[in-house]
Design a protein around this ligand. Structure first.
Ligand code: FES
Length: 87
């Protein structure tokens, strides 16, 4: 993706969805307000918010779904408490 100073991991994922792979799945809601916690993923092995983690020019970052959670698709994991899930 074209790098811009201040761009976040979520910005990169949204760009990839728009320009390379529209099927790439991630959950997010508030975008940079850091209130919904929906964008939580593993970034370089640490659990972080994709919407507030800044990209670093020239550095490869490894993104994974949340560890210890059931992966639903790509970077989306099951985060609802078991009693709130529909059968
Ligand atoms: S999109 Fe809401 S905290 Fe990241």
């Amino acid at each position: 993706m074209p790098f811009e100073d201040g761009a976040t991991v979520l910005d990169a994922i949204i760009w990839i969805r728009g320009h390379r792979d529209p099927s790439l799945a991630i959950r997010y809601s508030c975008i940079n307000a850091n209130v919904c916690k929906e964008c939580t993923i593993a970034i370089d092995g640490r659990v972080r918010y994709a919407c507030t983690t800044r990209l670093v020019a020239g550095r490869t970052m490894v993104l994974d779904p949340l560890p210890g959670k059931t992966r639903l698709r790509d970077l989306v994991t099951e985060t609802r408490p078991p009693r709130e899930r529909l059968d």
